[in-house]
Design a protein around this ligand. Structure first.
Ligand code: ZN
Length: 286
């Protein structure tokens, strides 16, 4: 099942178009995308029974599929090659490096993002959508807490991110408006041959920048859920950005960052594609 946010209404995407969930369920399910994921456990059995005529839609009207999560967790250096390009010793990573992206940065899968001053970098990431409340979840049980996956870009302004101290600046440097593109849809795990190993990558203006597999994560999805929930309560509708593979702009020689007019295309096997366009904004004042 592919669940999307079409102009602020929940829809199921089929090969033919979009089915409006509120209408198809006879009003049983909310039209609001966040409400659906906040009540995932009750919504899922109804969703599986829905049928209806799919209508054509404009991809430009797709928005963040989970628009107002209560919590967004994000994980740094969670792929081996990305740890190497970042000069981090993998054996030192005994716990996932955790920060947040503030929810105001979320945007949809075909957004135009305004570039702030600084060095704005890309990080294509698998994003986990939590479907069931959990505290101290065991790794063996963790998949039962997942509603589905979507594509995310953990856009990052490197100057502020690295201005330290890390706990605050990572989260702020990654939370400018539009710095959390997600979508096009939340895809349930039954749609995927192997949810633990998916091809993941991105390109800028047609040139490949990142090309990896989610199976190369240092801490896989189940381990991340176990680690995070060993401290925080995970709630339905929360998001986890699970880290990015090698190929970010900051570690290239010479370094490369996003520029006015660039198109960033991100793809994960089975989850679809998102296309973000960038525009330079006038200098901001604080
Ligand atoms: Zn990241």
């Amino acid at each position: 099942m592919r669940i999307a946010n079409l102009a602020d209404r929940v829809v199921l995407l089929t090969g033919d178009g979009a089915i409006d969930v509120h209408q198809a369920s006879g009003g049983v399910l909310s039209s609001d995308p966040q409400t659906l994921f906040d009540h995932w456990r009750d919504a899922w059995p109804v969703l599986t029974t829905l049928t209806g005529e799919a209508s054509p839609y404009d991809e430009a009207d797709l928005r963040a599929p989970v628009p107002r999560p209560g919590q967004i967790f994000a994980i740094g250096v969670n792929y081996r090659e990305h740890a190497e390009e970042s000069g981090i010793d993998i054996s030192s990573l005994t716990w996932p490096m955790t920060f947040t992206k503030f929810a105001s940065c979320l945007t949809g899968p075909s957004a135009t993002v305004l570039l702030p001053e600084g060095w704005v970098d890309w990080e294509v990431e698998l994003v986990v959508v939590i479907g069931e409340r959990g505290h101290r979840v065991q790794a063996e049980d963790a998949w039962n807490h997942v509603a589905g996956f979507t594509i995310g870009q953990d856009l990052s302004e490197r100057i502020s991110q690295w201005s330290g101290p890390a706990p605050q600046q990572f989260s702020l440097g990654k939370s400018h408006p539009g710095f959390g593109p997600t979508g096009p849809a939340v895809v349930t795990l039954d749609e995927l041959d192997d949810p633990a190993d998916l091809a993941i990558g991105c390109s800028i203006n047609g040139e490949t920048m990142q090309d990896g597999r989610t199976g190369d994560m240092i801490f896989g999805v189940a381990e991340l859920i176990a680690h995070l929930s060993s401290i925080a309560v995970l709630e339905p509708g929360d998001l986890i950005f699970t880290g990015t593979p090698a190929g970010i702009g900051a570690t290239r020689t010479p370094a490369r960052f996003l520029a006015d007019g660039d198109e960033l295309v991100s793809t994960i096997e089975g989850l679809g594609t998102q296309r973000i366009t960038f525009r330079r904004t006038p200098a901001a004042t604080i």
